[in-house]
Design a protein around this ligand. Structure first.
Ligand SMILES: [Zn+2]
Length: 413
C-alpha cells in the first residue's frame, strides 16, 4: 500500500500531574475521545526529542520532527528568515533586526521606531539588494518593527556580536568578532558598514520624511541580533524525494518547514491561540494530503497554556486539538483515504508548573491500517509509557514515519 503520513503536533503538549486536576496531567484529565481512538487503534510510546532530560525549543523540536539533527540547527536568524519567506543558501548569515529611530550620531532614540506598522515594506526594499565590499544584503520586513537581514558572500561568519544596545539613549553597538577568526572580524566590519549605509538610506526615505511630518518617529536605523549561519544542509524533501506540506500559523514552525522543503498552508484565521479555526485547519490538512506524501498539522495553544501555568486552559486547548483530530478522522473516512497513517506528537513538554519547556518526554502515537498496535488505549503521558514504541528519540520517530513512505535507504544487501 502506498501510504501517506499526517503528523499532528500539539505544541508543548507534555506536562506533569497538576493538583488542580486531581493529580492528573492536563492530557490525562481532558476528554479526548479521538486521540484515545488513535491510541487504541495504533502503537504508542514516549519520545525525547533530542535526548532524555534536555529541553528543546520549538525550532529545534520541529527541525528534529522534520528529519534533521541538532548539528543542523542554524540558529534563530536563518529560521526567522525562512519563516519570512526568504530562501537561504549554505554560508548565508542571517540576523533578526529591529527598525529603530537613531539620531545623527547613531544614538538610539527608540528601539522600535515608535512601533512602526506601516511602510516597512518600502523601507525594507530600499535596503534589499545593497552590496558592500562584495557582500550582498537581502532584507525583508517582518511583523511591526521587526525585520530579517541576510548577508550573502564568501568568507562570512556568524561569530559577531549584536548591535542592539538593548536600551534607549545608547549608541548602536559596533559589532565585533566573537573569536579571533579573521572571518569574524571581516563580517563585523561589513556589518558595521551596512548599518551606517542603512542609516543614510533610511534617513532620506520618503516613508520617514512623511513620518516626521506627521510627528512620528522615523524608522531610520537597523539594530541586529541573533546572527546565525545557514549550514550546508539540503531540503529533506529533495534528498529523499517526497512531497510535504505544513499547515500552521507560527512563523518559527513555518520557517523550519520551509527550510525542510515543505510547502506551506496558512491562513489569517489560524491565530496560534485557542480561538484558531480548527475546521479550516482540518480541511487544509485533508486537502494537503491529496497532493503530498507527508503533512504536518501544527496546533499552538497547548504550549501557551503551559507557559501561562493554566492547567484548565491547557485542558480546553487539548480538547480543541482533539476535536480537530476528530474532524480529520471523519473526513478521511468520508473520502475513503485509508492509506493515511496518523501520527500524534509534540515538539517538547511545557509543564504548567514550570511555565517553560522541560526535558520530560512527550507521548506519541502511530496509527494506520495494517500497522502494528499495542494494548494502550489512552493518549497521555502515563499510558503511552507502556506502549509498543517504547521510549524513543525524535530522530527514531521521524525515521519510523519516513519508512512508511518507503523513501529511506535500506542498509546491507
Ligand atoms: Zn514548541
Amino acid at each position: 500500500m502506498e501510504r501517506k503520513i499526517l503528523l499532528a503536533i500539539a505544541d508543548g503538549l507534555g506536562d506533569r500531574p497538576c493538583d488542580i486536576l486531581d493529580g492528573k496531567t492536563p492530557l490525562e484529565y481532558a476528554k479526548t475521545e479521538h486521540l484515545n481512538y488513535l491510541a487504541e487503534k495504533g502503537s504508542t510510546g514516549i519520545m525525547d526529542l533530542y535526548q532524555a532530560g534536555s529541553p528543546v525549543g520549538t525550532d529545534l523540536g520541529h527541525l528534529i520532527l522534520f528529519g534533521y539533527s541538532i548539528d543542523d540547527y542554524p540558529g534563530r536568524g536563518p529560521i526567522e528568515a525562512f519563516g519570512n519567506g526568504m530562501e537561504l543558501i549554505g554560508g548565508d548569515v542571517a540576523f533578526r533586526c529591529n527598525f529603530a529611530t537613531l539620531d545623527n550620531d547613531m544614538k538610539v532614540i527608540d528601539r522600535r521606531a515608535g512601533r512602526i506598522r506601516e511602510g516597512t515594506e518600502e523601507l525594507a526594499s530600499a535596503l534589499n539588494g545593497l552590496e558592500i565590499d562584495g557582500v550582498k544584503v537581502l532584507f525583508k520586513e517582518a511583523t511591526e518593527h521587526r525585520a530579517v537581514m541576510v548577508l550573502r558572500g564568501p568568507g562570512l561568519s556568524q561569530a559577531v556580536t549584536d548591535t542592539d544596545p538593548k536600551k534607549e539613549g545608547l549608541p548602536v553597538k559596533p559589532s565585533l568578532g566573537k573569536d579571533n577568526n579573521p572571518t569574524s572580524k571581516y563580517t563585523a566590519v561589513i556589518l558595521n558598514k551596512i548599518l551606517l549605509e542603512a542609516h543614510q538610506i533610511l534617513s532620506k526615505h520618503p516613508v520617514n520624511i512623511s513620518r516626521e511630518k506627521q510627528g512620528l518617529l522615523p524608522a531610520n536605523g537597523i539594530l541586529t541580533r541573533g546572527a546565525g549561519m545557514m549550514p550546508n544542509i539540503d531540503k529533506i524533501t529533495e534528498r529523499l524525494n517526497f512531497k510535504a506540506c505544513c499547515v500552521a500559523a507560527e512563523s518559527t514552525v513555518l520557517g523550519v518547514a520551509r527550510l525542510a522543503g515543505f510547502n506551506i498552508l496558512s491562513d489569517e484565521s489560524f491565530t496560534g491561540n485557542i480561538d484558531t479555526d480548527i475546521e479550516k485547519k482540518a480541511s487544509f490538512a485533508i486537502e494537503a494530503l491529496k497532493y503530498n506524501d507527508f503533512v504536518a498539522l501544527h496546533y499552538k495553544a497547548t504550549d501557551l497554556m503551559g507557559h501561562d501555568n493554566d492547567p484548565l486552559g491547557k485542558v480546553k486547548a487539548i480538547e480543541q486539538f482533539d476535536r480537530m483530530l476528530g474532524l480529520v478522522i471523519s473526513s478521511l473516512k468520508q473520502e475513503k483515504m485509508e492509506n493515511v497513517v496518523i501520527a500524534l506528537a509534540a515538539d517538547h513538554s511545557t509543564p504548567c508548573e514550570r511555565k517553560e519547556h522541560s526535558g520530560d518526554p512527550v507521548p506519541i502515537v502511530i496509527c494506520g491500517k495494517n500497522l502494528r498496535k499495542d494494548n494502550v488505549k489512552c493518549y497521555d503521558e502515563i499510558s503511552c509509557a507502556n506502549g509498543g514504541l517504547n521510549r524513543i528519540k525524535g530522530a527514531d520517530f521521524n525515521r519510523i514515519l519516513l519508512d512508511y513512505l518507503e523513501v529511506t535507504p535500506k542498509y546491507g544487501n
